[in-house]
Ligand binder design. Sequence first.
Ligand SMILES: [Zn+2]
Length: 111
Amino acid sequence: MRLSYRCTLCKTENYIKTKCTNRHDLLMELGKDEIHETCKFCSSTNKKHINRLHAEINKAIILISFSVTLLLAILLLFGYGYISFAIFVIPVFSAFDQHKKASNFNRTMIK
Ligand SMILES: [Zn+2]
C-alpha cells in the first residue's frame, strides 16, 4: 500500500511507501500529525496533514505478482496440468487484501 498527496506547487501526485494500515499508526510512527515531504518533481517541501493523505493500492506490485504467478502457472502446467492455474488465488487474494487495507486507511481519520 502507498500513500499519495498532491504537491502544492506543481500539483503532481507524489507517493509515500508505508507499512502503516491506518492513520493512527502513521501518527505514532511520525510522532506528529503532519508529514514533511519533498516533491520528487519540483523539489519543493510539502507540509501535509495526515488526514489529507490518500491510501491507494500499489498497482505495480499487483501487476508484478500477477506476472510471476502467470509464469509459475505456465511452468507448473507441464507437470500438473490445468490445476496449476489454481495458484492464481494468491495474487487475487493479495489484491483484495491491499484494497481492503487502503479503504480502511481512508475511512479512519485522526482528530
Ligand atoms: Zn512539486
